[in-house]
Design a protein around this ligand. Structure first.
Ligand code: HDD
Length: 696
């Protein structure tokens, strides 16, 4: 009999009873305990999970088959609305460890003693794409951390970019509508390169600082483990005496920052749409736990008042050179979720979740967020009781008189469901009662400047400077990074069909930097228009080297993977030696060959393992094999891309025909297979870039 199940059994039929069987076949017989019995939601054991109940072997299915009805009914309702933004995400559990206590700044529980550990759940995401979109579009990445503190949940819901597109939450729906797929067409998916986004951007110059970041390599990270995170807004830290200090939060990746090349990111999207999700999951499974240091920039009102920007404006950052980032702890992600839906999908982050010691400021973007997130969870998770879902529930005691509602899972006992009460059942004091001494008390003083005044729909004056920091960001980049920004904008605008929108963007770019505007215009083959009028004159800010990825890159093989390409005639020992050298240096070696079954066995087949998925490549090939592979486009592309994406290539002499075919030219990143290669594999070779890409 034909087999369609593991273990060679055909579950739809029971052997020995003829083709037209109606008997149940047990599920492999390897479950022993009672819990292993398959039951309905009502606990009734299911006798047959392969065949619906029919009237006669070929007869109609009977409606009375409750096992069938229940199974299909439940399946039909498995999906919930995806997040309106940040729908595509990956998450992990972990621990935050305080490395420097700061009770003089805040009474927040995670920061009271050095060594104090707080459980966390962290979700990374892209913004524009749907839940099933790819991991590597050009996009901002969400970086949301839920701290399950001893005094309640604190959600630090940030991004991998320290500023935001808009200044006031009232513009958020417009921004998101413009970037998502176009309303009439339903495309493009997960892409900002289209008319409506750039139309909005060009009409809203406050977006331009973040546009510089979004068009930079920050928006095409190599790995979620290799990007920074930011709380963005100015928050308040409040100590036990009620003293407040302004604070910006930063996450610094222990593996260092790294990005892909644009061409690489595009190709990864096809080769492995789950590139970042897989990388996060597999690194945790392998015990190589992703980690970030948490840093703070703290300052007072006097500093705030002295800056040429407003610290309540989320389109502005505070240069690290002005206020250094002080590291106060480390987050390590060390456990994958057991169930993607139950944990990652149902995780509900709310910037409004703060704990004693952390407070808001009057940043108008933050204030709007305080409403939006709570509200959206009700629509996504269907009930105000979403806080009872295990991933969202606090790990500290929680008592109150919120009652009932859809999907209430708690069973409070007794009559006392109001406060105050004096019923004995609720304890001597009729608790739970409010706690003035230790409870959350909102910081009472005003933010910078005066909060009193008429009711106005206006913005503070300094919010009108849209260009100074955009320029500072651009000028703080290396030559290569500036070129990447120019070509990213040119690429995006090349997808914009409306000429007046392209022109308007160019007119704004002039206000950031003449050279940038000229390069973009040239790449588009357009003439530069007049500069757009500005609402407030630009001020010249010092360059901030901290804003560049390349200036802060870390040469390391930690967390990086190297492909070792070999073929049938390759010397086994040579393959194994290079793999060992890579592993000894902290990297992961992945064996790639045209046929997976050769010796040594390959981890990946060449056609399915392009070099874009790796950080460097080793070519362990005989001349015959290399000559044979010259006729294999996957092999030629493998080498050509590694070279074009500025990766180290270590090769045997025999690999030369393939390298020549792929156009590899000698440079520091092209080595033999010895120690030089392992050293080279720890970085990218940006000096090579002018050979493979027009950086003008
Ligand atoms: Fe937001 C989700 C980050 C402004 C409204 N946002 C969401 C997530 C992140 C951010 C990381 C995903 C959380 C998760 O993994 O579940 N958002 C930001 C940052 C912002 C920001 C860093 C500016 C500094 N967001 C912002 C504004 C609004 C929203 C101004 C609305 C006025 N954001 C939402 C939302 C989402 C969301 C619609 C969708 C899913 C969710 O909340 O839970 O409410």
């Amino acid at each position: 009999m034909k087999s369609n199940a593991p273990g060679g059994k055909d579950f739809a039929f029971e052997e020995g009873k003829g083709g037209e069987t109606h008997q149940h076949v047990p599920s492999g017989g390897n479950h022993k305990s009672d819990e292993a019995h398959l039951t309905t939601n009502q606990g009734i054991r299911v006798s047959d999970n392969q065949n619906s109940l029919k009237s006669g072997a070929r007869g109609p299915v009977l409606l009375e088959d409750f096992a069938l009805r229940e199974k299909i009914f439940h399946f039909d309702h498995e999906r919930i609305p995806e997040r309106i933004v940040h729908a595509r995400g990956s998450a992990a559990h972990g621990t935050f460890t305080c490395t420097k206590a700061i009770p003089h700044l805040t009474r927040a529980a995670p920061f009271q003693e050095k060594g104090k550990q707080t459980p966390v759940f962290t979700r990374f995401s892209t913004v524009a794409g749907g839940a099933g979109s790819v991991d590597t579009p050009r996009d901002v990445r969400g970086f949301a951390v839920k701290f399950y503190t001893d005094e309640g949940n604190w959600d630090l819901v940030g991004n991998n970019i320290p500023v935001f597109f808009i200044q006031d939450a009232i513009k958020f729906p417009d921004l998101i509508h413009s970037v998502k797929m176009e309303a009439n067409k339903g495309y493009p998916q997960a892409a900002s390169a289209h008319d409506t986004f750039w139309d909005f951007i060009s009409l809203m110059p406050e977006t331009l600082h973040m546009i510089m970041w979004a068009m930079s390599d920050r928006a095409i990270p190599r790995s979620l483990r290799m990007m920074e995170g930011f709380g963005i807004h100015t928050f308040r830290l409040v100590d036990a005496k009620g003293k407040s200090t302004f604070c910006k939060f930063h996450w610094k990746p222990v593996l260092g920052m790294q990005s892909t090349c644009w061409d690489e990111a595009v190709k990864i999207a096809g080769a492995d749409p789950d590139y970042h999700r897989r990388d996060l999951y597999e690194s945790i499974e392998a015990g190589s736990f992703p980690a970030w240091d948490l840093g703070i920039q703290t300052f007072d009102e006097e500093f705030a008042e002295a800056q040429p920007y407003d610290v309540l404006d989320s389109t502005k950052l505070i240069p690290e050179e002005d206020i250094p980032v002080e590291i106060i702890g480390r987050m390590e992600l060390n456990r994958n979720p057991d169930n993607f839906f139950a944990e990652t999908e149902q995780a509900a982050f709310c910037p409004g979740n703060v704990v004693p010691g952390i407070d808001f400021t009057a940043d108008p973007l933050l204030q709007g967020r305080l409403f939006s997130y709570l509200d959206t969870q009700k629509s996504r998770l269907g009930t105000t009781n979403f806080y009872q879902i295990p991933i969202n529930a606090p790990k500290c005691p929680m008592h109150n008189f919120n009652r009932d509602g859809l999907m209430q899972t708690q069973v409070p006992t007794g009559r006392a469901n109001y406060e105050p009460n004096s019923l004995a059942e609720a304890g001597e004091d009729g608790g739970p009662r409010e706690c003035p001494a230790t409870g959350f008390a909102s910081y009472s003083a005003q933010d910078v400047g005066s909060e009193a005044g008429d009711r106005l729909r206006v913005r503070p004056e300094l919010f009108a400077d849209h260009y100074s920091q955009a320029r500072m960001f651009f000028l703080s980049q290396t030559e290569n990074e500036r070129a990447h920004i120019a070509s990213a904008i040119a690429f995006e605008l090349s997808k914009v069909m409306l000429e007046h929108v392209r022109l308007r963007v160019l007119s704004r770019l002039i206000n950031i930097d003449d050279d940038l505007a000229a390069r973009v215009a040239d790449a588009l083959g357009m003439d530069l228009p007049e500069a757009a009028p500005v609402a407030r004159e630009r001020v010249e800010m010092k360059e901030s080297p901290a804003l560049s990825i390349h200036k802060n890159a870390k040469d390391t093989l930690d967390g990086r993977s190297v492909a070792v390409l070999y073929a049938e005639n390759s010397a086994k020992k040579e393959v194994e030696d290079v793999c060992k050298a890579i592993e000894d240096a902290g990297g992961t070696a992945v064996k790639v060959a045209p046929k997976v079954g050769i010796t040594p066995a390959a981890d990946g087949q060449l056609a399915g393992s392009p070099s874009v998925l790796f950080d460097a490549v080793a070519l362990v090939l005989t001349e015959d094999d290399a000559t044979m592979l010259c006729k294999e486009s996957a092999a030629v592309q493998f080498v050509m891309d590694a070279f074009g994406h500025l990766k180290a290539i270590g090769a045997t002499d025999g690999a030369k025909p393939l390298m020549d075919r792929a156009g590899v030219e000698a440079d520091d990143g092209v080595t033999g297979l010895g120690g030089d290669f392992v050293k080279a594999a720890a970085k990218r070779f940006y000096d090579r870039e002018p050979k493979v890409r027009n950086l003008a």
